[in-house]
Design a binder for this molecule. Structure first.
Ligand code: FAD
Length: 519
């Protein structure tokens, strides 16, 4: 029967005679078309059906007899826009292939979605003789496609509405999916991508703890607290971050047999800024008390050191006088004897004074976040800054690696430098009072710049100011040990402080501390 049909079709489609001709036995061609799992039809140039295969009957419900002689439009559901058919016919009548999706109607009246391809069959001169239509029912595939799409949209809106930062990262920390909160954070950071920043801080903290971190099954890391510093006077933001691995089957062709999988990291960051802000308030208050205490001890140590330094001068002078008298009048001269006794008494008093100088407290070395520490110093100095009418411009690098150091000593170092800046600007005649504080990772270390708009330090004094007991400040009350002690702390950390020319006016102090000081 199918063979007969093909012969009839071949009679009105001369190209089919060629196809049935030598080379390929006619039954192979016939079996191929009739057994194909796709609805196949051959029409004349008007779309009138000349041949349909069994799959056409299965898909459309029309038997061969019912279909032959009818126009392909029997399958039209009459709902597609006429312009679509116009463009379809325009294309195929010009000898081009048309492919697309149409809503078709079964013989029983029910609808189905067809994926259709119409190929014009042309003669040797390019004249269209027939059309070959091939289509399949993709209603179920379409339903599944939409189900997946709907699920994706649903998941995306749930993820978007979540009040936490969510980002899915590939192995190179590139964001492949994010949510609304993530985008808000990115905007807050001036469009810098937050995920790599968060990940580098998390990795650094995991490395520091070298595996001591809490590892709960399913999570690569859990509740890692990360601080992000924002430019301007904005308070830092804190996040508690957790990460878990997500796996996806690789859908690329080369992974078809190998069945490869791709690994992603689901990063969830919950903002804990307000909680941390409360903790910070308590911590800064405690710090204030500790620092006031340390300041008192430091002042005592400096005063005693200065006193011993000042007493040493006259004693040395007296020793020279004794030597001179001994040369001129002999060692038994009563004046010499009296002076030697006075010197001995002075030396003893000096020793007693020295023994009263409080020793330096030893401090444990640990990871220090300089941004956190500088912020502490600003918080501690808020009162002085406000009283002096100083505007602070805080320019931290959003995320700084931790360095190994003694936090209290480093805090005192920066406190001394900021106190100096405040004092320099808090003088009559200094109208613009601006303090700029910036941190940056640089050449294997961290650079902190402290700039003030005060009168500045003369070039000739740039090195001298680090000498102990040297002061450029007029009036009493200054021993001139602040910068030398600060320089000592920097040196203990393998770094240094230098005073350079300020960009416009005032004073620029640069502190450079290496991340990994040489032992
Ligand atoms: P119609 O009035 O028949 O056609 C709509 C517009 O199409 C017309 O205004 C006209 O601009 C253009 N048109 C129609 N016939 C011709 C023509 N002979 N030459 C130039 N322009 C013409 N349609 C389906 O809906 N589902 C199918 O599965 C399907 N399979 C097809 C398979 C083949 C091999 C071919 C050649 C066509 C197929 N068609 C199919 C298209 C079909 O022939 C109709 O054009 C379509 O169904 C629209 O029918 P209609 O009655 O709604 O409007």
């Amino acid at each position: 029967m199918a063979n007969e049909q093909l012969k009839t079709a071949a009679a009105s489609a001369p190209w089919m005679a060629d196809a049935l001709a030598p080379g390929l036995p006619p039954q192979v061609f016939q079996h191929t078309v009739s057994q194909a799992d796709m609805a196949i039809s051959i029409t004349d140039v008007h779309g009138n059906i000349l041949y349909v295969n069994p799959a056409f009957t299965r898909v459309t419900g029309y038997t061969t007899d019912e279909a032959i002689g009818k126009n392909q439009s029997i399958l039209s559901n009459k709902t597609m826009p006429p312009a679509l058919y116009q463009s379809l016919w325009q294309k195929i009548s010009q000898g081009e292939v048309w492919t697309g999706r149409l809503i078709n109607r079964h013989k029983d009246g029910s609808q189905y979605l067809a994926e259709l391809s119409i190929s014009p069959i042309v003669d040797a001169h390019g004249k269209v003789l027939n059309y070959l239509g091939m289509h399949r029912d993709i209603t179920e595939v379409h339903r599944l496609e939409y189900q997946v799409r709907n699920q994706k949209a649903l998941i995306e809106s749930v993820v978007d509405a979540a009040p936490v930062v969510i980002a899915l990262l590939d192995v190179d920390d590139r964001v492949v999916l994010d949510n609304h909160e993530y985008k808000k954070l990115q905007a807050d950071l001036g469009m810098a991508e937050p995920a790599p920043m968060l990940m580098s801080a998390i990795r650094a903290s995991l490395e520091l703890e070298s595996g001591k971190g809490r590892r709960t099954s399913g999570y690569l890391f859990l509740d890692r607290e990360v601080r992000i510093d924002r430019p301007g006077g904005n308070t830092p933001r804190w996040f508690s971050c957790s990460g878990s691995r997500v796996r996806e089957d690789d859908s690329t062709a080369d992974a078809f047999l190998a069945g490869r999988r791709r690994d992603y990291l689901l990063l969830v960051a919950k903002e804990i800024t307000s909680l941390r802000a409360q903790q910070e308030k308590v911590r800064v208050a405690a710090l204030q008390a500790v620092m006031a205490d340390e300041d008192r001890v430091l002042a005592l140590r400096e005063s005693l050191a200065a006193a011993t330094f000042r007493i040493e001068g006259p004693l040395n002078m007296m020793a020279s006088v004794v030597a001179m008298l001994a040369r001129r009048k002999g060692e038994t001269d009563p004046m010499s004897v009296a002076l030697v006794e006075a010197i001995a008494a002075g030396q003893q008093a000096l020793e007693e004074l020295r023994s009263m100088i409080p020793g330096e407290t030893r401090e444990a070395i640990g990871p220090v976040n300089l941004n956190e520490l500088l912020r502490d110093v600003l918080d501690l100095s808020t009162g002085h800054l406000l009283a002096a009418g100083i505007t602070v411009s805080w320019k931290p690098q959003a995320m700084l690696p931790a360095l190994q150091g003694a936090p209290n000593k480093l805090r005192s170092l920066f406190k001394a430098l900021i106190d100096n800046a405040i004092e320099a600007m808090n003088v009559r005649g200094c109208r613009e009072r601006e303090l700029t504080l910036a941190s940056k990772e640089r050449r294997g270390g961290i650079e902190v710049l402290i700039e003030d708009s005060g009168p500045g330090i003369d070039n000739s004094q740039h090195l001298k100011v680090f000498e102990p007991f040297h002061t450029t400040k007029r009036g009493g009350g200054h021993l001139g040990t602040g910068l030398s002690s600060a320089q000592q702390v920097a040196a203990d950390h393998g770094g240094y402080i230098e005073i350079g020319p300020a960009a416009v006016r005032g004073c620029r102090v640069r502190v450079l501390l290496p991340l990994h000081p040489r032992p």
